[in-house]
Write a protein that binds this ligand. Structure first.
Ligand code: FE2
Length: 379
């Protein structure tokens, strides 16, 4: 069996007991972008995020501007440097727009930093307390793959819109929400033979477990092969699949990412919805572009996944994929990259019991990705 579910009950119980890094979910995701003002507008107008907070020269932060946007439990921070000689400018020159930090909500950011650095995590930010009239926030952080960081955010004693240093951002423009609810998982692309070292990092440093494994036989089309292991924290709120390229006839989609991102980084962020048909219809109407599979995908879909609540024609019209596992089914669809570089993209997912990641869709999906790679001249 190429796919293994490695979650013996005893091991899970022990892990929960000994969770030295209790996580309450994703606090926010910070992107470094070339133009935060315009990026914020994209996330509002195309994806339905709402303006929350702002930090920049007008609030006393002289070297950068950050816009915080939110939809239900998903918070994005879009940050840009406002001068050329700046580490964030170097990051953007190298990688283009991309994810800098996956911030995780914790009860105790000092303990999170101590426990992870004690186990070999490289410090990104020593614990620091930020205060203003609305209370205090404690931040700390460690490095992960590429230039990505995990920031630990302790915010139980804070009532402001985001954090000290930010002011409420309340523009008159408000785009309707699209039903995006929470971050389901964040996927990292790492280099050749780097998947297992990063799996070990998440196990040793953060106490995660490997809950699913896909080898190159699961994830290989004629050309584009990759391997992936899904890492999950104790309570399952935070899941990080890690991909590495595998040998195929031509260039792996992970290799294309590594080349254009100029290094390891976040490949996609999956956002959950309670009604994928409504959400994706709205996103498409607002101009978000999605990968399409051939309509023949739907000819045998119901034979493969059995009964589903949704109308097949609606799924076919919008291009939504379906997969089933032992516990239920899931519906998913992937955007095209949201930058000109073929790097970060988004997944929209609705889970109806299934806890897996859509393995049954890999072939159709990767063939669609290869058509895009070929169109870019990168296959
Ligand atoms: Fe995914």
């Amino acid at each position: 069996m190429p796919t293994t579910i490695a979650a013996p009950k005893k091991k899970a119980a022990r892990a929960a007991q000994e969770d030295f890094l209790p996580l309450e979910g994703t606090d926010h995701i910070e992107f470094y972008v070339g133009n935060a003002k315009q990026a914020a507008h994209f996330y509002q107008s195309a994806l339905g995020f709402q303006p929350v907070a702002y930090s920049g020269p007008e609030t006393g932060v002289r070297d950068r501007a950050s816009y915080v946007v939110r939809q239900n439990k998903i918070t994005f921070v879009l940050t840009t440097p406002i001068r050329a000689k700046h580490p964030i400018a170097d990051h953007i020159l190298k990688h283009g727009d991309g994810v800098k930090a996956i911030a995780l909500k914790v009860k105790d950011a000092t303990s999170a930093w101590k426990e992870t650095t004690k186990r070999g995590g490289k410090s990104y930010m020593e614990p620091k307390t930020l205060t203003d009239k609305q209370g205090k926030i404690v931040l700390s952080g460690i490095h992960t793959y590429g230039e990505v960081a995990h920031v630990f955010v302790e915010r139980d004693d804070y009532t402001g819109p985001f954090m000290p240093g930010f002011v409420k951002w309340d523009p008159s423009f408000r785009a309707p929400e699209t039903g995006l609810q929470h971050v389901d998982h964040c996927v990292g692309n790492v280099g050749w033979n780097q998947m297992n070292p990063w799996v070990k990092f998440y196990e040793d440093v953060m106490g995660f477990r490997n809950i699913l494994t896909f080898d190159d036989k699961d994830i290989s089309t004629e050309y584009s092969a990759l391997m992936s292991k899904v890492m999950s924290n104790g309570n399952g709120f935070v899941k990080f699949p890690i991909n590495e390229p595998a040998e195929g006839k031509k260039k792996s989609q992970v290799e294309e990412y590594l080349e254009f991102y100029d290094g390891e980084g976040v490949q996609h962020i999956a956002m959950a919805t309670n009604n994928i048909i409504e959400t994706v219809t709205a996103l498409q109407q607002r101009g978000l572009e999605f990968l399409r599979v051939p309509s023949t995908y739907y000819d045998t879909l119901l034979d493969r996944v059995g009964h589903i609540d949704e109308e097949l024609n609606a799924l076919k019209r919008i291009g939504i994929l379906v997969d089933r596992d032992d516990e239920g089914y899931l519906l998913q669809i992937f955007t095209k990259p949201v930058e000109d570089r073929p790097t970060l993209f988004f997944e929209i997912i609705q889970r109806k019991g299934a806890k897996s990641f859509g393995k049954g869709n890999f072939k159709a999906l990767f063939e669609a990705i290869e058509r895009e790679q070929a169109a870019r001249g990168n296959l």
